[in-house]
Design a protein around this ligand. Structure first.
Ligand code: GTP
Ligand code: MG
Length: 204
Protein backbone atom coordinates (compact mmCIF):
# COMPACT_ATOMS: atom_id res chain seq x y z
CA UNK A 1 0.00 0.00 0.00
CA UNK A 2 1.22 3.45 -0.89
CA UNK A 3 1.32 6.28 1.56
CA UNK A 4 -1.92 8.25 1.51
CA UNK A 5 -1.31 11.87 0.69
CA UNK A 6 -4.34 13.96 1.51
CA UNK A 7 -4.56 17.19 -0.45
CA UNK A 8 -4.60 20.38 1.54
CA UNK A 9 -8.14 21.78 1.39
CA UNK A 10 -9.24 24.85 3.30
CA UNK A 11 -12.49 26.77 3.48
CA UNK A 12 -12.09 29.93 1.39
CA UNK A 13 -15.36 31.88 1.33
CA UNK A 14 -19.16 31.85 1.28
CA UNK A 15 -20.60 33.76 -1.63
CA UNK A 16 -24.08 35.26 -1.90
CA UNK A 17 -23.84 37.19 -5.17
CA UNK A 18 -22.12 36.91 -8.56
CA UNK A 19 -20.02 39.95 -7.68
CA UNK A 20 -18.84 38.15 -4.55
CA UNK A 21 -17.11 35.35 -6.49
CA UNK A 22 -13.31 35.12 -6.10
CA UNK A 23 -11.27 37.14 -8.56
CA UNK A 24 -8.03 35.16 -8.39
CA UNK A 25 -8.72 33.45 -11.74
CA UNK A 26 -7.93 29.97 -10.36
CA UNK A 27 -9.82 27.13 -12.07
CA UNK A 28 -12.95 25.77 -10.44
CA UNK A 29 -14.73 22.43 -10.15
CA UNK A 30 -18.27 22.65 -8.82
CA UNK A 31 -20.47 20.10 -7.10
CA UNK A 32 -24.11 20.11 -8.22
CA UNK A 33 -27.14 18.11 -7.15
CA UNK A 34 -30.43 18.02 -5.30
CA UNK A 35 -30.63 19.07 -1.71
CA UNK A 36 -29.50 16.31 0.61
CA UNK A 37 -27.88 14.17 -2.10
CA UNK A 38 -24.52 14.46 -0.34
CA UNK A 39 -22.58 17.35 -1.93
CA UNK A 40 -21.07 18.68 1.27
CA UNK A 41 -20.34 15.14 2.47
CA UNK A 42 -18.43 14.46 -0.75
CA UNK A 43 -16.24 17.50 -0.16
CA UNK A 44 -15.55 16.39 3.41
CA UNK A 45 -14.64 12.93 2.21
CA UNK A 46 -12.32 14.28 -0.49
CA UNK A 47 -10.63 16.34 2.21
CA UNK A 48 -10.74 13.48 4.69
CA UNK A 49 -12.24 15.88 7.21
CA UNK A 50 -15.43 15.50 9.19
CA UNK A 51 -16.86 18.96 9.09
CA UNK A 52 -15.04 21.15 6.63
CA UNK A 53 -18.28 21.60 4.69
CA UNK A 54 -21.36 21.65 6.91
CA UNK A 55 -23.71 18.76 6.44
CA UNK A 56 -27.17 18.12 7.76
CA UNK A 57 -29.88 15.52 7.78
CA UNK A 58 -32.26 18.32 6.90
CA UNK A 59 -32.20 19.26 3.21
CA UNK A 60 -31.39 22.83 2.29
CA UNK A 61 -28.34 23.10 4.54
CA UNK A 62 -26.00 24.81 2.12
CA UNK A 63 -27.48 28.23 1.46
CA UNK A 64 -24.59 29.95 -0.27
CA UNK A 65 -21.94 29.12 -2.85
CA UNK A 66 -19.09 27.82 -0.71
CA UNK A 67 -15.52 27.92 -1.95
CA UNK A 68 -12.81 25.52 -0.83
CA UNK A 69 -9.22 26.11 -1.90
CA UNK A 70 -7.26 22.98 -2.83
CA UNK A 71 -3.47 23.05 -2.64
CA UNK A 72 -3.65 26.76 -3.44
CA UNK A 73 -4.15 25.62 -7.04
CA UNK A 74 -7.90 25.41 -7.67
CA UNK A 75 -11.30 25.67 -5.99
CA UNK A 76 -13.90 23.06 -5.19
CA UNK A 77 -17.24 24.86 -5.19
CA UNK A 78 -20.15 23.57 -3.10
CA UNK A 79 -23.41 24.79 -4.66
CA UNK A 80 -26.75 25.14 -2.86
CA UNK A 81 -28.89 22.12 -3.71
CA UNK A 82 -31.99 22.34 -5.87
CA UNK A 83 -35.35 20.65 -5.48
CA UNK A 84 -36.04 21.34 -1.83
CA UNK A 85 -39.55 22.68 -1.45
CA UNK A 86 -39.33 23.81 2.16
CA UNK A 87 -36.83 26.58 1.54
CA UNK A 88 -38.92 29.78 1.26
CA UNK A 89 -39.88 30.42 -2.34
CA UNK A 90 -38.19 33.81 -2.61
CA UNK A 91 -34.95 32.34 -1.29
CA UNK A 92 -35.23 29.35 -3.59
CA UNK A 93 -35.57 31.46 -6.70
CA UNK A 94 -32.78 33.74 -5.48
CA UNK A 95 -30.35 30.82 -5.22
CA UNK A 96 -31.62 29.21 -8.41
CA UNK A 97 -30.86 32.52 -10.14
CA UNK A 98 -27.41 32.74 -8.61
CA UNK A 99 -26.56 29.13 -9.47
CA UNK A 100 -27.90 29.61 -12.99
CA UNK A 101 -25.73 32.65 -13.55
CA UNK A 102 -22.77 30.84 -12.02
CA UNK A 103 -23.17 27.80 -14.28
CA UNK A 104 -23.70 29.83 -17.42
CA UNK A 105 -21.27 32.69 -16.96
CA UNK A 106 -18.43 31.59 -14.73
CA UNK A 107 -15.36 31.52 -16.94
CA UNK A 108 -13.20 29.77 -14.35
CA UNK A 109 -15.53 26.76 -14.26
CA UNK A 110 -13.69 23.77 -15.77
CA UNK A 111 -15.72 20.81 -14.63
CA UNK A 112 -18.98 19.85 -12.96
CA UNK A 113 -19.42 16.96 -10.58
CA UNK A 114 -23.12 16.08 -10.81
CA UNK A 115 -24.43 14.04 -7.90
CA UNK A 116 -27.37 11.65 -8.13
CA UNK A 117 -28.66 9.33 -5.43
CA UNK A 118 -27.44 5.81 -6.28
CA UNK A 119 -30.63 4.30 -4.91
CA UNK A 120 -32.89 5.74 -7.54
CA UNK A 121 -30.83 7.65 -10.13
CA UNK A 122 -32.35 10.88 -11.44
CA UNK A 123 -35.58 12.15 -9.89
CA UNK A 124 -37.61 15.30 -10.42
CA UNK A 125 -35.42 18.37 -10.46
CA UNK A 126 -32.46 16.35 -11.76
CA UNK A 127 -33.83 16.08 -15.28
CA UNK A 128 -33.57 19.79 -15.98
CA UNK A 129 -29.98 19.80 -14.78
CA UNK A 130 -29.12 16.67 -16.81
CA UNK A 131 -30.60 18.26 -19.94
CA UNK A 132 -28.53 21.38 -19.38
CA UNK A 133 -25.37 19.33 -18.83
CA UNK A 134 -25.80 17.62 -22.23
CA UNK A 135 -25.11 20.94 -23.94
CA UNK A 136 -22.40 22.11 -21.61
CA UNK A 137 -18.92 22.32 -23.12
CA UNK A 138 -16.82 21.39 -20.10
CA UNK A 139 -16.23 18.01 -18.45
CA UNK A 140 -18.91 16.35 -16.35
CA UNK A 141 -18.49 13.58 -13.80
CA UNK A 142 -21.63 11.78 -12.67
CA UNK A 143 -21.31 10.61 -9.10
CA UNK A 144 -23.87 8.17 -7.71
CA UNK A 145 -23.94 8.87 -3.98
CA UNK A 146 -24.85 6.91 -0.85
CA UNK A 147 -23.80 3.70 -2.59
CA UNK A 148 -23.29 2.13 0.85
CA UNK A 149 -27.07 1.89 1.08
CA UNK A 150 -27.11 -0.61 -1.78
CA UNK A 151 -25.86 -4.18 -1.98
CA UNK A 152 -23.04 -4.95 -4.44
CA UNK A 153 -25.68 -6.44 -6.71
CA UNK A 154 -27.88 -3.37 -6.40
CA UNK A 155 -24.92 -1.15 -7.29
CA UNK A 156 -24.25 -3.15 -10.43
CA UNK A 157 -27.87 -2.92 -11.52
CA UNK A 158 -28.02 0.83 -10.98
CA UNK A 159 -24.74 1.42 -12.78
CA UNK A 160 -25.99 -0.61 -15.72
CA UNK A 161 -29.32 1.23 -15.81
CA UNK A 162 -27.47 4.53 -15.69
CA UNK A 163 -25.16 3.53 -18.53
CA UNK A 164 -28.12 2.42 -20.60
CA UNK A 165 -29.76 5.78 -20.14
CA UNK A 166 -26.69 7.96 -20.46
CA UNK A 167 -24.27 5.89 -22.50
CA UNK A 168 -21.15 4.03 -21.42
CA UNK A 169 -18.82 6.80 -22.38
CA UNK A 170 -20.05 9.03 -19.58
CA UNK A 171 -17.73 9.29 -16.62
CA UNK A 172 -19.64 7.69 -13.78
CA UNK A 173 -18.48 6.81 -10.28
CA UNK A 174 -20.20 4.85 -7.53
CA UNK A 175 -19.53 6.83 -4.40
CA UNK A 176 -20.01 6.61 -0.67
CA UNK A 177 -18.98 9.43 1.61
CA UNK A 178 -19.64 7.10 4.52
CA UNK A 179 -17.37 4.28 3.34
CA UNK A 180 -14.92 6.17 1.17
CA UNK A 181 -15.92 4.30 -1.98
CA UNK A 182 -15.03 6.08 -5.24
CA UNK A 183 -12.78 8.74 -3.70
CA UNK A 184 -9.74 7.86 -5.81
CA UNK A 185 -11.79 7.90 -9.02
CA UNK A 186 -13.12 11.34 -8.22
CA UNK A 187 -9.60 12.66 -7.57
CA UNK A 188 -8.36 11.03 -10.78
CA UNK A 189 -11.12 12.75 -12.76
CA UNK A 190 -10.31 16.11 -11.14
CA UNK A 191 -6.63 15.67 -12.03
CA UNK A 192 -7.45 14.86 -15.64
CA UNK A 193 -9.98 17.66 -15.96
CA UNK A 194 -7.55 20.26 -14.66
CA UNK A 195 -4.61 18.78 -16.57
CA UNK A 196 -2.72 18.04 -13.39
CA UNK A 197 -0.07 15.48 -14.28
CA UNK A 198 -0.37 12.33 -12.24
CA UNK A 199 0.86 14.37 -9.32
CA UNK A 200 1.01 12.26 -6.19
CA UNK A 201 -0.02 15.40 -4.35
CA UNK A 202 -3.63 15.05 -5.35
CA UNK A 203 -3.76 11.32 -4.97
CA UNK A 204 -4.87 9.72 -1.79
P1 GTP B 1 -27.73 20.53 0.85
O1 GTP B 1 -26.61 21.32 1.45
O2 GTP B 1 -29.00 20.62 1.61
O3 GTP B 1 -27.93 20.82 -0.60
O4 GTP B 1 -27.36 18.97 0.99
P2 GTP B 1 -26.02 18.21 0.55
O5 GTP B 1 -26.17 17.72 -0.85
O6 GTP B 1 -24.81 19.04 0.84
O7 GTP B 1 -26.06 16.91 1.49
P3 GTP B 1 -25.21 16.61 2.80
O8 GTP B 1 -23.78 16.33 2.47
O9 GTP B 1 -25.51 17.67 3.82
O10 GTP B 1 -25.84 15.19 3.26
C1 GTP B 1 -27.21 15.03 3.51
C2 GTP B 1 -27.44 13.78 4.37
O11 GTP B 1 -27.06 12.62 3.66
C3 GTP B 1 -26.65 13.77 5.69
O12 GTP B 1 -27.45 13.19 6.70
C4 GTP B 1 -25.46 12.86 5.36
O13 GTP B 1 -24.91 12.23 6.48
C5 GTP B 1 -26.10 11.85 4.42
N1 GTP B 1 -25.09 11.30 3.47
C6 GTP B 1 -24.30 11.99 2.63
N2 GTP B 1 -23.48 11.16 1.92
C7 GTP B 1 -23.77 9.90 2.35
C8 GTP B 1 -23.27 8.59 1.99
O14 GTP B 1 -22.38 8.40 1.16
N3 GTP B 1 -23.85 7.54 2.63
C9 GTP B 1 -24.86 7.68 3.55
N4 GTP B 1 -25.37 6.57 4.09
N5 GTP B 1 -25.34 8.89 3.91
C10 GTP B 1 -24.81 9.99 3.33
MG1 MG C 1 -24.61 20.97 1.42
Amino acid sequence: MGVAIIPDITFFSSVFSFEGLPTSGLPEICISGRSNVGKSSLINRLANRRSLARISRKPGKTQSINYFLVEKAFYLVDLPGYGYAKVPKALRSFFAGLVNTYLNDRRELRGIIQLLDARHGPVSGDYEMLEWLKDWDGSVLYVLTKADKLSANGRMKILKAFEEEFGKKKDTVMFSARKGMGVEEVWAWINTTLGIENSSKFKI
